[in-house]
Design a protein around this ligand. Structure first.
Ligand SMILES: NC(=O)c1ccc[n+]([C@@H]2O[C@H](COP(=O)([O-])OP(=O)(O)OC[C@H]3O[C@@H](n4cnc5c(N)ncnc54)[C@H](OP(=O)(O)O)[C@@H]3O)[C@@H](O)[C@H]2O)c1
Length: 255
């Protein structure tokens, strides 16, 4: 399997949003696979508990919405554990919204975490990667970023923004030796999706999801998406003309 610089050997991965859910499970998986894994999130206690349970995990709490804290955090992480070879920028959240309760402040809050949180981390890791002429960025978006879906105006926009960011960075990354990937999960069982009241199609266990995630990181394909059946169906919706798309999604979701 061909691998780009920075991922050829298992070295140092930094995973944000690693106190629960996909990030936590990926951290455990990658530590088991022999990576040194620095984990970040706001909850110091959860990160410490994770590091205690699994050798190879190093906790570093930070808030990804705070650019100065992220820059200082990356500096401290690299001083302590060495250069970050791979940054998995996964911290994010979901909140449903509606036209009746639409508020710019709510949209801004989601964008600050799901989009600017990723931007802040990219800003902080890039100088080192550019200097070393190697590195790997994996930006976590969502299949929900492929098209606007009901009750997901803010969430979908934040994830579409992450996808566009990753696409654009890839052009320079290819020239500068930095591998860029976007990760678009469907529904994965985590504390976040446990809050959903609707039946989630093709809901995936988190351990299966991180298996697909990890395999994707070792491939050259730009996009990592899972579960494949849901991705296959949603890809059909992504390419549909508006008239059919709105009719079918509205019928399927009852919205
Ligand atoms: N689960 C799914 O079905 C699904 C589908 C598509 C995309 N995704 C995306 O996958 C990512 C992980 O989702 P998940 O389901 O694993 O959610 P989760 O279990 O709620 O995990 C979210 C993580 O983000 C961290 N976080 C939240 N705010 C933060 C902040 N300001 N600074 C640093 N860390 C912060 C949380 O820890 P603290 O609270 O301790 O900070 C937690 O570790 C998200 O970006 C989500 O949008 C998930």
């Amino acid at each position: 399997m061909a691998e780009r610089s920075g991922t050829a050997q298992k070295r140092h991965v930094w995973i944000t949003g690693a106190s629960t859910g996909i990030g936590e499970a990926l951290a455990r998986k990658m530590a088991r696979e022999g990576w040194t894994v620095t984990v970040s999130a706001r909850s110091q206690d959860k990160l410490d508990a994770l590091a205690e349970k699994q050798p190879g995990i190093v906790p570093h709490a930070l808030d990804v919405t705070d650019l100065e804290a992220v820059r200082a955090g990356v500096k401290a992480i690299e001083e302590k554990t060495g250069p970050i070879d791979l940054a998995v920028l996964n911290a994010g959240t979901h909140e449903k919204d509606s036209m009746e309760t639409f508020k710019a402040e709510e949209v801004r809050r989601i964008m600050e975490l799901n989009y600017m949180g990723v931007v802040n981390c990219v800003d902080a890791v890039l100088p080192g990667m550019l200097e070393r002429k190697s590195g790997h960025l994996a930006l976590v978006a969502s299949i929900a970023g492929w098209r606007g879906l009901p009750t997901a105006a803010a969430y979908g926009a934040s994830k579409a923004a992450v996808i566009a960011l990753a696409e654009s960075l890839k052009f320079d990354g290819d020239r500068l030796g930095i591998k860029v990937q976007v990760v678009n999960p469907g529904f994965v069982k985590t504390p976040l999706t446990d809050l959903n009241e609707f039946k989630m199609p093709f809901l995936m266990e988190v351990e299966d999801a991180v298996e697909a995630f990890y395999n994707g990181l070792r491939e050259d394909a730009f996009e990592i998406t899972f579960p494949w059946k849901f991705a296959f169906i949603m890809r059909r919706f992504q390419r549909m003309p508006y008239s059919l798309f709105f009719r079918l999604i509205s019928k399927g979701t009852g919205k």
